[in-house]
Design a protein around this ligand. Structure first.
Ligand code: ES4
Ligand code: ZN
Length: 326
């Protein structure tokens, strides 16, 4: 087995973390107070105890509700800064952070407020903590394709601050091809592309086929069930497409960390990395995810180095910058 100290010291990249999912109860209370909002919980412990979910929809309800405290540019800046401080403490050197602008614009917070605040957090953390970060704009797949397209258009003045686009929220009834035109336009604008394609959702092999054949993604979030079809495994290998696994998240939402699937992907040479997803809600940042997975699979130090090599390799760092980590 491997020690927590070894995991802690390993230089890491994190590629699958939702910034709104890093909102810890302490900061939630602080922002509520700053913005004159009343939370229906007496204290941090009571709030944390309310985090009970058994599937994706029950999690998403809590997740979206928690965002109501995020209102000003400063709030978004502080959210990113708090996450990057924790990441830097775990020796994360590079991270690609999802944000859900429609979870904010749909409740009246302007797009520029969100993206300017997030960018300020990235810039401040890079200056103070030396951690490098990029932003990935995620569309909410349970909203319409038209709303996604409008959000894409709103993002264009901020293109230099956004490395790519993704797709998250409830997959049921919301297949990748619903967003084919949006992602084609995003590609034409120079964005890199990823999409959530989650094991244990419905029709996932069909969704994976669409993600590869219709959308032409550069990466797949989760995607572990490529294993259900050899042709899908061959295709991700052929294209060098990476998968971003989230063991603790899967464990909370679907009652299994999917460790055997991660093992099988590593054995077959598919570049898979380990990530935290929504650490404030699922109870583990990237190091805790690595320790949990290492325990489950009896990983050794070389395996953990290989997982971090995968993470830097499939990251969207520019080639020269990436090579500095490898
Ligand atoms: C998410 Cl766990 C999960 N699944 C889908 N969408 C999400 N957004 C934030 N966390
Ligand atoms: Zn996710």
């Amino acid at each position: 087995p491997v020690s927590a100290e070894f995991v802690a010291g390993l230089p890491k990249a994190e590629l699958h973390v939702h910034i709104e999912g890093t909102l810890e109860p302490e900061l939630k209370f602080e922002l509520a107070e700053r913005n004159g909002l009343e939370l229906p919980f007496a204290d941090v412990d009571e709030l944390r105890a309310s985090y009970q979910f058994h599937d994706l929809p029950s999690f998403l309800g809590v997740y979206y509700d928690g965002m109501r405290v995020l209102l000003t540019e400063r709030d978004f800046r502080d959210l990113v800064y708090a996450y990057l401080r924790r990441a830097a403490d775990q020796n994360v050197r590079h991270t690609e952070i999802f944000f859900d602008p429609q979870a904010h614009t749909s409740r009246g917070v302007p797009f520029p407020t969100v993206v300017r605040g997030l960018r300020q957090g990235v810039v401040d953390a890079q200056r103070d903590l030396g951690v490098h970060a990029e932003l990935i704009l995620c569309f909410l797949r349970d909203f319409s394709a038209e709303y996604a397209m409008a959000t894409l258009m709103e993002s264009l003045p901020y293109k230099d601050w956004i490395v790519g686009v993704g797709l998250d929220s409830d997959e049921k009834g919301n297949p990748p091809e619903k967003f084919a035109a949006v992602f084609a336009r995003a590609r034409a604008e120079g964005y890199l592309l990823t999409m959530h394609c989650d094991i244990d959702q419905e029709n996932t092999t069909e969704h994976l086929r669409q993600v590869l054949e219709v959308i032409g993604v550069d990466r797949i979030d989760h995607g572990l069930n490529v294993l259900e079809d050899d042709a899908l495994v061959e295709e991700v290998l052929r294209r060098g497409i990476g998968l971003t696994a989230c063991p603790i998240s899967n464990g909370v939402v679907t009652a299994s960390m999917k460790a055997p699937e991660i093992r099988a992907l590593l054995d077959r040479g598919v570049p898979v990395s380990v990530n935290s997803d929504d650490p404030a809600y699922f109870g583990g940042y990237v190091s805790e995810n690595l320790v949990a997975l290492a325990g489950e699979l009896d990983l050794d130090e070389a395996d953990l180095v290989a997982l971090q090599r995968n993470a830097f390799t499939i990251s969207w760092l520019a080639a020269g910058r990436r090579d500095a980590f490898l």
